[in-house]
Design a protein around this ligand. Structure first.
Ligand code: C2E
Ligand code: CA
Ligand code: CA
Ligand code: CA
Length: 279
């Protein structure tokens, strides 16, 4: 038994060392990757539930290494958030999405709204408003076609500052969405403080529909609550016809999910738009 404890400790410390080493290595390789232009933006279609029309897309970053390996955000976004590298990444995604959106408009594709994720670090420790303003000005992408997704936790960190920043962003004409809704502790009264246009129901509430009665009730309540605040509602992570039918019945406005499409590279998203009705 004595030995077991020792082995356990040894195992644990080796694991820690490995995790720490991997973290440092990923950060180093990520910095290089950014310099070498290895980030890619994928686009996941967002559709109107009542009509099935495509209304826009969420921009999601990927990291493509020299070896052609596609690294998903779970493997580098948390690290980038800790080191502040997320601001560099986020600003790049924003500009690239605006550039791509303008190119699609110029090519005669229907006007779609493109949603970009904003991390709490980016919101609080960078001049986000100025970055958004210049991204729009330099690319010519219209402000009303851009949506920013902010997480509940980011807004809760420093409430007064967040309200002011959001008001400034709203004044530019961009749409504002609250992401991952339901995973934090926001109340209805709290949401009213922010100029939010769209509420995004977190995937975790959608996953077990129609099995989990609780999740269905929570989802229905969130939709009704958003309506009283005159916000549009979008559900993420929709994978089945049953989930979509439930959301339609509850009058959820929009959805995105594997049921219709995974996030796609720009050229495949372009094909997707051409094959689907849009508003
Ligand atoms: P998120 O903002 O909640 O984005 C939704 C995630 O759910 C995406 O994962 C998307 O691919 C996935 N998803 C959508 N529909 C389905 C579905 O039907 N089934 C399943 N299993 N998954 C679905 P992804 O692209 O791996 O991104 C993960 C997270 O990384 C994002 O979660 C977001 O928090 C972060 N992220 C991605 N790109 C950016 C970025 O440019 N900036 C920042 N700050 N964060 C980003
Ligand atoms: Ca998001
Ligand atoms: Ca989510
Ligand atoms: Ca998330």
């Amino acid at each position: 038994a004595k030995n077991e404890g020792r082995n356990c400790f040894k195992y644990f410390s080796e694991r820690l060392t490995h995790a720490a080493r991997e973290r440092i290595e990923i950060e180093y390789r990520l910095r290089l990757g950014i310099e070498k232009n290895q980030l890619r933006v994928y686009y996941q279609p967002q559709l109107e539930i009542a009509t099935g029309k495509i209304i826009g897309a969420e921009a999601l970053v990927r990291w493509q290494t020299d070896q052609g390996e596609l690294i998903p955000p779970v493997r580098f976004i948390p690290i980038a958030e800790e080191t502040g590298l997320i601001t560099l990444i986020g600003n790049w995604v924003l500009k690239e999405t605006c550039r791509q959106g303008k190119q699609w408009l110029d090519a005669g594709l229907p006007a779609l709204r493109l949603a970009v994720n904003v991390s709490s670090h980016q919101l609080m420790h960078s001049d986000l408003c100025e970055v958004v303003r210049t991204s729009l000005a330099e690319t010519g992408f219209p402000a009303h076609s851009l949506e920013l997704e902010l997480t509940e936790s980011a807004l809760m960190k420093r409430e007064k500052e967040a309200i002011e920043i959001l008001n400034n962003l709203h004044a530019l004409g961009v749409h504002l969405a609250i992401d991952d809704f339901g995973t934090g502790y926001s109340s209805l009264a709290y949401l009213k403080l922010f100029p939010l246009d769209i509420l995004k129901i977190d995937k975790s509430f959608i996953d077990d529909i129609p099995m989990a009665i609780d999740d269905m009730e929570i989802t229905a309540t969130i939709i009704a609550m958003a309506k009283t605040l005159r916000m549009k509602v979008i559900a993420e992570g929709v994978e089945t016809a049953e989930q979509l039918a439930f959301l339609a019945e509850r009058k959820c406005d929009f959805y995105q999910g594997y049921y219709t499409s995974k996030p796609l590279p720009a050229n495949e998203f372009e094909d997707f738009i051409k094959q689907h009705p849009s508003s």
